[in-house]
Design a protein around this ligand. Structure first.
Ligand SMILES: [Mg+2]
Length: 318
């Protein structure tokens, strides 16, 4: 599967403590040791923000009362930054009044624990915040996965494709996209029933997952259509990969209709580097190639190279 789980399942959750008191760090590190957490410390606000960006912790325990950059400012800075805005923050504070709590929650804190804290209570609040964070991550990943095939869905593809095209054009890197469509899919559904059609989609999805590298992105584009983003892959290499996929689909024996083969047509568009085609233009080219593959008899691949950009030529010429 090519999902990029940002952290491996067996890694300990990283907890970052931001507090100007060395005693708090000592106490928390000692008491949280049994919790199977990877605990990091920052003794001022700026260091806390920097570590939050580099470590991507699962949780931050944040003191409000600190010199120079106080906890409120740290919280504001974290919430303003795309890369840190979703990290849950528990405030640890000696400030007891309701207004401080309201301000902290308004700024996006998930919990507020007053000092001196009861360590047993803090532990359950830490556990609860981590559990919630895990659920949110799981749900947001699920929302991007197609339920039938287990591949990334169209919504994920749209975002990711735009990113990959701009990355490729910025760094003059090779990139290819392959749009593929099962041939005569309607007749499989009509002849053998929808479960057979679903099985063909799932079987094809497995072939795609087995064929691509970790860095590639396999998506269900809709209906019986699939799309592959092949990063750092020139069209001639994309063609080799797609031929493997085409042959594997053709060679598959389908339990619900052993006498009826399933085949796939594929349109590839790519660039060996330095291309400034828009994401849409790129997809349009692949789509045209898919259409040509269908027109010329199906169960085949049509591939083309996108024109090299002028800026790319200049760069290549040094
Ligand atoms: Mg303090």
């Amino acid at each position: 599967m090519t999902l990029d789980a940002s952290k491996s399942a067996d890694a300990k959750p990283i907890v970052l403590i931001v507090d100007d008191s060395p005693d708090v760090h000592r106490l928390l590190k000692a008491r949280l040791r049994v919790e199977d957490l990877d605990v990091h410390s920052a003794e001022d606000g700026a260091a806390g923000v920097a570590l939050a960006k580099s470590l991507h912790p699962s949780l931050i325990l944040l003191d409000l009362d600190m010199p120079v950059m106080d906890g409120y400012e740290v919280l504001r800075t974290l919430k303003d930054d795309q890369s840190t805005m979703n990290i849950p923050v528990i405030i640890l504070s000696g400030l007891q009044n309701a207004q401080d709590k309201v301000t902290a929650f308004d700024l996006g804190a998930v919990d507020y624990v007053t000092k001196p804290f009861d360590i047993a209570e803090l532990k359950v609040r830490v556990r609860s915040a981590l559990r919630m964070q895990q659920l949110i991550q799981m749900l947001s990943q699920r929302a991007q996965i197609d339920g039938l095939s287990g591949l990334w869905n169209r919504r994920y593809f749209d975002t990711r494709w735009t990113e990959e095209v701009s990355r490729s054009s910025r760094h003059a890197r090779a990139l290819s996209v392959a749009i593929m469509d099962l041939d005569h899919f309607k007749s499989i559904n009509d002849t053998y029933g929808h479960p057979a059609g679903d099985a063909a989609i799932q079987g094809t999805a497995r072939i795609l997952q087995d064929a691509v590298r970790q860095s590639d992105v396999a998506c269900r584009y809709g209906g019986e259509e699939f799309v592959l983003i092949l990063t750092d892959t020139a069209p001639k290499d994309a063609l080799v990969l797609c031929e493997r996929i085409r042959a594997a689909v053709e060679a598959t024996a389908w339990p619900m209709h052993p006498d009826r083969k399933v085949t796939i047509s594929i349109g590839v568009a790519g660039s060996a580097g330095a291309c400034d085609a828009t994401p849409d233009a790129w997809l349009h080219a692949a789509d045209q190639n898919l259409y040509a593959a269908k027109k010329s008899g199906r169960n085949r691949i049509v591939s083309s190279e996108l024109p090299t950009s002028t800026t790319g030529k200049l760069r290549a010429a040094g």
